[in-house]
Design a protein around this ligand. Structure first.
Ligand code: GLN
Length: 524
């Protein structure tokens, strides 16, 4: 028992770096909630607050941009606002590539979280100012800071466990719960500050301008992020054994940094241009399958094979997020226009459906954490879990087919959407925390941050694709609507079958120690 929880097995020791604390105290690896390493609770709360600020701000973003100037908004046209929104969410996840690279090669994950966190905080407070100039500056700062923080905080969680530790996926499930506590609470708080009559009246009472209520909302995101940084800095000694900067002997690759910077900028520009020139998007989406073929079939070394596996997961994840991230678009329109928004006789705003997913994650994350631990060495392999994630995702859109048909007779019950979000959350739990865990495990040590960046690139492209797909949504015609959902369910279904067929190959690509825990015993 001592050995399992206390020390990393020899084979997974990191390459030697001048570590000032080579003897890791036992307490670093246990002593936390549910027998997890103590550092997990630091990362759990820091990320909870970071996501509070991210989703709290995101909840206001669209509304603030389209609100008329006379109401304190920016008065943008809806189309322009949607573009800014789509490109902002895409950019903040795309910056993870650059941030991950900087963490790997220059400052280490622990410091990347710190620096990124300060930049994010500065961004939210900038958004609290009242001008168009500060608006764009704030967005850029939040996107850049997120790029530094988001991949690195996940890398740190991965660093708490050896690659063979049975608690690993469970740890990521708990971490994921922190994310969603923040995501659930944030819109309630920022929305109330920015939109409610009560708070406006309060501002008047204080002798302040009620039109600035939006900026109080953005400011509260900044306060949330400040809490996050406070938690992180206060407990930083719980994670001081992980996420160091590379040793001084490792030459700083400035030239490569320029390439990664230019590459990210180019990709971002191309994706923005693909709004006008669709063929650019097809070219970009063809690259990951080519990467699987190249690394999986034409290269023989272990590292390349693992990279091939990473790209298989990448493709599944892009598809997953492309459907899932329509929660804010297609499904919100369905909620707003075609759903009877009342439960047990009580009416509620359609926007509340946005919190349903986070609520389910909070309920299900402990269940999944327990499940993976209970299965222990018999738990399904990672590619199998991914395929399962797609099964639930496909089922969720399949459920939208009859729901759409019923709209012919008028608004439908809210339980349809609630069931849809339940299925999607089951899928999310099989794919998203498992994906985080797997990326940190498969990545060659010196590339962990970059590979996390690639994982979030899947979210970035998925968000963009979700926007494009949602363009075909039409609430007027039930037949067209059910077609809209059934087509997507079928595509997901087809990809799921393909992924199931690839499970044995992907397991081989991942190598004996990495694909879950059962194969070593059952094969042969
Ligand atoms: N909701 C999760 C988060 O904010 C997952 C986001 C994603 O990767 N699409 O971290």
């Amino acid at each position: 028992m001592e050995n399992l929880t206390g020390k990393r097995p020899m084979s997974t020791l990191p390459r030697p770096t001048p570590d000032p604390t080579p003897h890791i105290p036992e307490v670093m690896h246990t002593g936390g909630i549910g027998g997890h390493p103590k550092g997990l609770s630091n990362l759990f709360f820091a990320e909870m607050w970071e996501r509070f600020s991210y989703y709290g701000m995101r909840a206001l973003l669209m509304l603030f941009m389209v609100a008329p100037v006379a109401m304190g908004g920016l008065g943008f046209e809806q189309k322009h606002a949607a573009q800014v929104y789509g490109n902002y969410t895409m950019a903040s996840y795309m910056m993870c590539i650059l941030g991950g690279f900087i963490a790997d090669n220059f400052i280490g994950a622990r410091r990347a979280v710190l620096v990124g966190g300060f930049i994010i905080t500065a961004g939210h407070y900038t958004l609290a100012l009242n001008s168009v100039w500060s608006f764009y500056t704030g967005l850029i700062l939040v996107a850049l800071g997120t790029g530094l923080l988001k991949p690195s905080i996940s890398t740190l969680v991965g660093g708490l466990y050896s690659t063979k530790d049975q608690r690993r996926d469970a740890g990521f499930s708990l971490f994921y719960m922190g994310i969603n506590i923040g995501a659930f609470a944030a819109p309630l708080v920022t929305g109330w500050l920015a939109q409610s009559e009560e708070f406006r009246a309060q501002l008047i009472q204080w002798g302040l301008d009620p039109l600035h209520a939006w900026h109080w909302g953005f400011g509260s995101a900044g306060v949330g992020m400040t809490f996050g940084m406070w938690v992180y800095v206060r407990r930083i000694n719980w994670i001081k054994h992980i996420g160091d900067a590379p040793s001084a002997a490792h030459r700083r690759p400035w030239l490569k940094l320029c390439f990664v910077f230019l590459g990210t900028a180019l990709l971002l520009t191309l994706m923005i241009l693909s709004d006008t020139y669709t063929w650019i998007a097809y070219l970009i989406y063809a690259l990951p399958p080519l990467a699987v073929i190249y690394f999986g079939l034409f290269r023989q070394d272990e590292e390349s094979r693992r990279i091939a596996a990473i790209f298989v997961f990448f493709i599944a994840a892009v598809l997953f997020w492309a459907v899932f991230e329509q929660a804010g678009s297609s499904l919100t329109l369905f909620a707003d226009e075609l759903t009877r928004n009342e439960i047990w006789g009580k009416a509620f705003p359609s926007a509340w459906f946005q919190s349903v997913n986070s609520l389910f994650v909070m309920a299900l994350a402990p269940v999944f954490a327990w499940l993976w631990i209970k299965f222990g060495t018999r738990q399904p392999s990672v590619p199998f879990k991914f395929a399962l994630g797609l099964v639930f995702l496909g089922l969720s859109f399949l459920l939208m087919v009859p729901a759409s048909q019923f709209t012919a007779a008028g608004k439908v019950s809210p339980w349809w959407l609630i069931a849809v979000y339940f299925l999607q959350t089951l899928g999310e739990m099989c794919l998203s925390p498992v994906g985080l865990s797997t990326m940190t495990k498969l990545a060659p040590e010196r590339l962990t941050g970059l590979i996390m960046g690639i994982w979030f690139l899947a979210t970035s492209l998925g968000n963009k694709l979700a926007g494009d797909l949602a363009g075909d949504f039409s609430s007027k015609d039930p037949a067209a609507l059910s077609h809209f959902f059934s087509i997507q369910a079928m595509i997901v279904g087809g990809m799921t079958l393909l992924l199931f067929a690839l499970v044995p190959w992907v397991k081989k690509l991942m190598g004996p120690h990495h694909h879950g825990h059962e194969a070593a015993h059952h094969h042969g």
